[in-house]
Design a protein around this ligand. Structure first.
Ligand code: ADP
Length: 507
């Protein structure tokens, strides 16, 4: 084991240093908006690089060139940089193509037909993980490092995101440890969701290119499996997660999904940095995807958006609030609780719109409720970015009843669009939503603690009653929410400090 490998995981002071400012930032993600998106990671990986570049860093973002990415639309050039990567006994060739979408930002697409030239990002048509996901993303991680080497421009920091990129910090401190090019490169990994760790059978170890010596509980092994997120958490100089509350929750057994002990051990390296939202994409005053534009001073457009949405969905007329969900129908989102109490919400005068996809049983349950709701509920199964904007603009209440939510973006979009978020007090939902207090008139939405159907229903009924009985106060609440600054500016500054710290720690 080298000197660097030994320092990984040991404790050191982590106050930001005063030395060089990282100007060469590399951000690596398995998805980024607008090129490819399956969830919130794409929003973050699309917006943060731009925010960092606007603040003066030179930023290179790396993502795989999936089949779904439209090369023509995004003006991805035909000529790229060729590289090769050993994968077990084979040498896999690939190419990297670069575009410059905005000042200070380069986006690099890693092409490899065998790994990325298929329809899905992580899942096949049946919704199952591709069996070779370890190999695909191990290749991607090495491809990024090889492309960087070929560029001749060493990064000050490589910012990795989630398990798909967790091998990069491990590679920097194992197989690339003697490479002078990376000598001063720090690494940072952001956990967007502890529920997804990239766990694989040990028989796939040979595909990683890392010595088997690292397969033990203090290394990449976790409960008998290879764990790619753990690779990142063990070897990265800095660990971040996407909200301060989630940073605490992942150090507890309930939130740590088996890695809480490791995170407690590395607690001095763990920071919670709240995600921001991209105000160029999510701004009701300029949004071209919605019926009418509006802002906190002039809300007429919001009423027009609601009317247009209800008409589009053929919803029954009514004075009650329009409650909405835009979400993956996945474990942790609390959707089974909502399915359990939705009929009671509708019976009390609420109308409902859902856009989401995922768990087939949940999809069936919601469709069934909608079909017998007398046009009080509309359920659309699928993924539709444009529709999600119309829902955020037209709804009155956005429901986010998650069991856990690392940050959550939809509640921040809701705030920006004058839609009151109704959330369970967990992770980033807890950090961004404050229960409105009728007396002090403080707060921006509705928040409850207990993960139960009864608590969700009770808070929903409270919100509906408030909407119907105290419209002036309601309007005041949502107007205040619209004026909150959830942009990337503050978080980009925090990342800048942490990048500097990661670069210092790598020296
Ligand atoms: P997560 O990353 O766990 O899915 P977030 O709230 O952080 O949750 O981010 C979800 C992102 O995906 C948001 O931008 C949301 O609008 C979007 N989204 C989720 N489901 C859909 C869908 N069915 N159609 C369009 N957008 C969706």
């Amino acid at each position: 084991m080298s000197k660097k490998e030994k320092t990984a995981g040991t404790k050191k002071a982590t106050k930001p240093g005063k030395s060089k400012k990282p100007t060469e930032v590399v951000i690596v993600s398995s998805e980024a908006w607008p090129w490819v998106k399956t969830g919130g990671l794409a929003d973050v990986a699309g917006a943060l690089p731009r925010a960092m570049a606007q603040a003066g860093s030179k930023v290179r973002l790396f993502i795989p060139l999936y089949k779904s990415i439209d090369r023509k639309k995004f003006k991805i050039p035909a000529k790229g940089v060729k590289f090769s990567v050993p994968v077990s006994a084979r040498i896999m060739e690939g190419s990297a193509y670069m575009i410059r979408p905005s000042k200070g930002l380069e986006v690099w697409f890693i092409e490899q037909e065998h790994y990325f030239g298929r329809d899905g990002v992580y899942l096949d048509h049946a919704g199952h993980d591709y069996p070779d996901n370890l190999e695909r993303f191990a290749f991607f991680c090495r491809a990024v490092l090889e492309t960087l080497l070929a560029s001749g421009r060493p990064p000050d920091v490589i910012h990795c995101n989630d398990w798909q990129t967790g091998l990069i910090p491990a590679y920097l401190k194992t197989i690339y440890v003697g490479v002078p090019f990376f000598d001063k490169t720090g690494s940072l990994i952001t956990i967007h969701n502890m529920g997804y760790q990239g766990r694989f059978h040990p028989s796939q170890w040979h595909l990683l290119g890392i010595s088997w010596d690292h397969f033990h509980p203090g290394g990449l092994e976790s409960y008998g499996h290879i764990n790619l997120l753990k690779a990142g958490l063990i070897f990265a100089d800095i660990i971040t997660t996407v909200s301060p509350t989630y940073a605490k929750e992942i150090m507890e057994p309930d939130g740590g999904f088996g890695l809480d002990g490791l995170l407690r051990h590395r607690a001095d390296r763990v920071h919670g940095v709240l995600n921001g939202i991209d105000m160029d994409e999510w701004n009701p005053a300029t949004d071209k995807l919605i019926q009418s534009r509006f802002n906190h001073k002039e809300m007429k457009g919001k009423a027009e958006c609601k009317a247009a949405l209800c008409e589009e969905l053929n919803l029954a007329p009514g004075d009650g609030p329009l409650l909405a969900v835009v979400s993956r129908l996945a474990d942790g989102k609390g959707m089974e609780l909502l399915a359990g109490c939705l009929k009671s919400i509708l019976a009390k005068g609420g109308r409902f719109v859902l856009l989401g996809s995922g768990d087939k049983e949940l999809e069936r349950r919601f469709l069934k409720i909608a079909s017998s709701s007398g046009a009080r509920a509309s359920v659309t199964i699928g993924y539709d970015e444009r529709f999600s904007h119309r829902i955020q603009a037209g709804a009155d209440i956005l429901l986010v009843p998650s069991r856990y939510e690392p940050c959550g973006l939809t509640q921040m979009y809701a705030l920006a669009y004058g839609t009151a978020p109704l959330v369970r007090a967990t992770g980033g939902l807890n950090d961004t939503v404050r229960q409105f207090d009728l007396t002090t008139e403080e707060g921006n939405g509705f928040k409850y603690e207990e993960y139960s159907e009864a608590a969700l229903l009770s808070k929903s009924l409270e919100a509906m009653e408030f909407y119907l009985a105290k419209r002036e106060k309601w309007n005041k609440m949502v107007r205040m929410g619209m004026q909150e600054d959830n942009s990337w500016i503050h978080s980009a500054k925090m990342y800048h400090k942490l990048y500097r710290l990661a670069a210092d720690l790598s020296d």
